[in-house]
Design a protein around this ligand. Sequence first.
Ligand code: ADP
Ligand code: MG
Length: 485
Amino acid sequence: MKRYRMHVNGEPVDSCSGRAFPVYDPSTEEVIAEVPQADAADVDRAVAAARTAFDCGPWRQTTAQERGRILLRLAERVRQESANLAEIESRNSGKPIVEAEFDMADVATCFEYYGGLATKVLGHVNPVPDNALSLSIREPMGVAGQIIPWNYPLLMAAWKLAPAIAAGCTCVLKPAEQTPLTALEFANWLADVGLPPGVVNVITGFGEETGAPLVRHADVDKVAFTGSASVGKQIVKMAADTVKRVTLELGGKSPNIFFAGADFEAAIDGALFGVFINQGEVCSAGSRILVERPIYSKFVEAMTEKAKHIRLGPPLERETKMGPLVSQEQYDRVNSYVELGKKEAKLVAGGKRPGSLKRGFYMEPTVFCDVPNSARIAQEEIFGPVAAVIPFSDEAEAIRIANETRYGLAAAVWSRDIFRAFRVVKALRAGVVWVNHMQPTYVEAPWGGYKQSGFGRELGPWGIEEYLETKQVHINLNEQPIGWY
Ligand code: ADP
Ligand code: MG
């Protein structure tokens, strides 16, 4: 069993208290590692390192070119180590190894993208009506506290760290307690790629004990959070005391809408992929599947049949299409929604632990049909492999049901009618909308939600904006005194 250390101020460190906690393999339920259990004292130490690196260190003098090169070196290193990283990620999170490999490629691409973008941040000359040069210049926000979830552990770290480094911020990253290993492996290379001590700090611990003091800390300028809506709401309140900048990505209950004219095979595939990829532990999961009545019965039947053949198994086997859920806690949460769903709708597939897998937090791909959109399984984020299939009669009803949710992260619409598809796209209140697909995500394009799915955007040029302040500079070109008094 490996004993990890955190990374603070360029040094591997244990927690101040000396405490550590176990990290599990959710497919065997065995402990695979131990990591330091940070508390407020460790947060103080990490934030002090990030603050000093920002205020006094060489970091502020680095050029955008240098920061870009550092990011490119990180991308390269991730590529070199991707097989090992993918294996650790798969073992720790339960996601199929093939998916973990895709994640690592996306991690590298994210560092590469922001490596390129670092030198493309532009200021502005404001056309003021005076003999003056009015400039808007962009500056890093300062110290960023970054709190991430367990579903895409290293990818979520990359989405947070890469734009922050490109912008010239310093960071304290707290991975989820369930899945801290790849971020700690990654932290080993920070010095090798030329990051000065204190620019990126990684501390491991739990939400209340480690995350909350990080959010409250007076020396943290900005908090970036991806996680549950309930914690997101607490973060906004905690951050209010010090008027921190906050960005939030809080998941959703995304509608995946199928009109009768859509290609049927593609639709079934898209419905399954939309909701079951990564065991359904996806913030943008297409967990509400809206199907037009003429194809409804055939659709439910075909989807159910195909769902039953999705291969569950050990995450490290290459044939595995679905691994275990991340933890006992998550299994219990998903299972309680399955029990609830049996009262609210009709269970047509899954709904239990597969008989063939004796250990591990496995849940079969689960499909409920005839789900009223007001049901809790249609309104609350389950974050597991549970689909709620809902019939609709016409376009207006599809739009109404789709928008009848407090969330607004993502949505998808399947139709061969381009006019209809675009009408629906415009009517949907969601930050990401796919047409005839669901889930592809690109580092070049913005990611984030409407409504209670959060605010702010990650990725693309939008991602770096969230780590930049704007400073207005006025340079007087008139040598005469003001002459007012
Ligand atoms: P889940 O319930 O699925 O674990 P959470 O929103 O609780 O999702 O967790 C996402 C991240 O937020 C994790 O890194 C977790 O440690 C952190 N977290 C949880 N509670 C708090 C809190 N009160 N303050 C700050 N961070 C928190
Ligand atoms: Mg939690």
